[in-house]
Design a protein around this ligand. Structure first.
Ligand code: COA
Length: 129
């Protein structure tokens, strides 16, 4: 999957969770980010259940602030559509302004907020229909 900024390069499905796919995000020859796309929403083992999400992404620190995560998520949306998914649920800590903007710029709609000891977790939905 690619556009004129970058591309998602398929890495693997997780052996213990084959509905989870991992990708590098490449700009030119450089790997600048990482995406995990989960057909079944889940959270990292060290996180509470209300962090369950279809997507995790990150951009390497020195490449942040260049619009790359916004592009990465738009490619992830297309990838999820091609897998036949109908929506993406993304969770984010309220304090993570950059990630919230990335989601909002990809038409994420805020539908839930959970107050918990770690802070406030926001849940967004991106419709894929
Ligand atoms: C969140 C993350 C992926 C954003 O990546 P990025 O490539 O810098 O994001 P973009 O350049 O596409 O920026 C998207 C928006 O966030 C804003 N933004 C970027 N860094 C910001 C910061 N530190 N504080 C506030 N806003 C910020 C940008 O201005 C842009 O908004 P705008 O278009 O309204 O100006 C990156 O910071 C990261 O990898 N963080 C660690 C992992 C993480 O939090 N992943 C998300 C888990 S939910």
């Amino acid at each position: 999957m690619s556009n004129n900024v970058g591309s998602l390069v398929f890495l693997r499905t997780l052996p213990h969770m084959p509905t989870t796919r991992e990708y590098d995000f490449a700009v030119g020859d450089k790997i600048v980010g990482f995406l995990q796309l989960r057909q079944v929403p889940s959270a990292a083992e060290n996180l509470p259940k209300h962090f369950a999400s279809h997507i995790y992404y990150e951009i390497i620190p020195e490449e942040r602030g260049k619009g790359y995560a916004t592009v990465l998520l738009s490619l992830a949306v297309k990838g999820a559509q091609s897998l036949g998914m109908r929506e993406l649920v993304l969770t984010v800590d309220k304090s993570n302004t950059a990630s919230r903007r990335v989601i909002e710029k990809n038409d994420g709609e805020l539908f839930n907020r959970t107050e918990c000891p770690e802070g406030t977790v926001l849940a967004y939905r991106v419709s894929l229909r």
